[in-house]
Ligand binder design. Sequence first.
Ligand SMILES: Cc1ncc(COP(=O)(O)O)c(C=O)c1O
Length: 433
Amino acid sequence: MRVDEGETRLAAFGGSAAVPRELRSLPWPVVTEADRAAVLAVLGGDAMVSNVDGETAVSALEQRWAALCGAEHCVATSNGTTALALAFAALGIGPGDEVVVPALSFIASGLAPLHQMAVPVFADIDPVDFTLDAESAAALITPRTAAIMPVHLHGAPADMDAIGALARRHGLAVVEDAAQAHGARWRGRPVGSLGDAAAFSLQVTKNLPTCGEGGLLTLADADAAGRARMARQFGEVIEPGRDRDYVAHLLGWNHKMNAVQAAFALSQLDRFAEYERARQRNVTAFLARLAELPGLLVPTIAPDSKHAWHILRFRFDAEAMGVDGVTPESLRRALHRLLRAEGVPVSRYQVLTLPRQRVFTDRVGFGRGRPWSGAAPEPSAPVPVAESVVAGTLTLQKRHLHPEAGPALARYADGFEKVWRRLDLVARMAKVA
Ligand SMILES: Cc1ncc(COP(=O)(O)O)c(C=O)c1O
């Protein structure tokens, strides 16, 4: 059969794009009548804040999330960043302490310790799953280290066996940043129950979204959960059946979750397992096709574990692609241009490693060098793996979250295959990029 030249010619060079426009951006979150009704029910009731008596949407969400994660306690918060900060506050981590954080993450992973006046110290990551490398973390431990924060980046669970062992050896708290990893599992155990505390984000682009901002903090210890609950609400103790007395018992903030956010998230939670199954199916089929392409390294899953597939990050092996004499940046730039022209909505996620962010390089903290003064005089340790991942990889975000993303993903795979048929052009472009 004669193949039409328009279909094989790359779109960047005048061919037709592999992905039709309507499949380049899929809606997320999926908002149903049930979600709308749940929000309206809150607006019609008298439980719009979390300090009212009895069961509220906020307390119902906390109970369901704790059960789902196999965690003892859950405290709902205004967002994932406040959930992380409250975790440190509840575990007594603050001024004079250091927290080991992976060098590749969203900025909030580095900011949250800082918000408690603790110093984040950045460790390198694993080159395959992009999560905290336990050996690199071990090399950074000092007498000031108080906690270690694995980030289950993109939905891949960090190596919690190695991190747990390291924490036990040095008596460190473990705070999981599970903002991107709802439903992920490490060796059969759900994230959110693998350390002392874990923070989830319900920000609208996440796998479990609310209609805006929200967070969930799970904790293992009852006293720490009590402190988190108080710190969330000005340091006060709110008890059922007792009038609020406005007495603050510890340093508190206003990090409460709104009942509208909770009701929307609860309604989404009713469909979470169904969406998650569809996502596993769609993403697995998509990655299986891409894995056939030489030098395209797709995300993988550790044995007996579950990836939440929040973000899909692709690595490129120039040698296996038969593309030599190019830098990782120029190869990534060429692929980015060619894939985007085909309508494959790949993008970058994080253009800087955390230690390169100005807030850390310039020590823009609370002024006059705080909280760093005297705590960490040396510059950050090098993080070559995180740097190379930032330089040489591309991601797919949000499009694959929709439960009916299968057909769009199939077209994206067509786009990849089309570009891979012209690796000669990729090489030429990468050499001049
Ligand atoms: C890894 C990670 N940590 C923390 C956060 C902070 O969550 P939020 O945006 O809800 O404050 C995010 C949000 O994107 C994240 O991706």
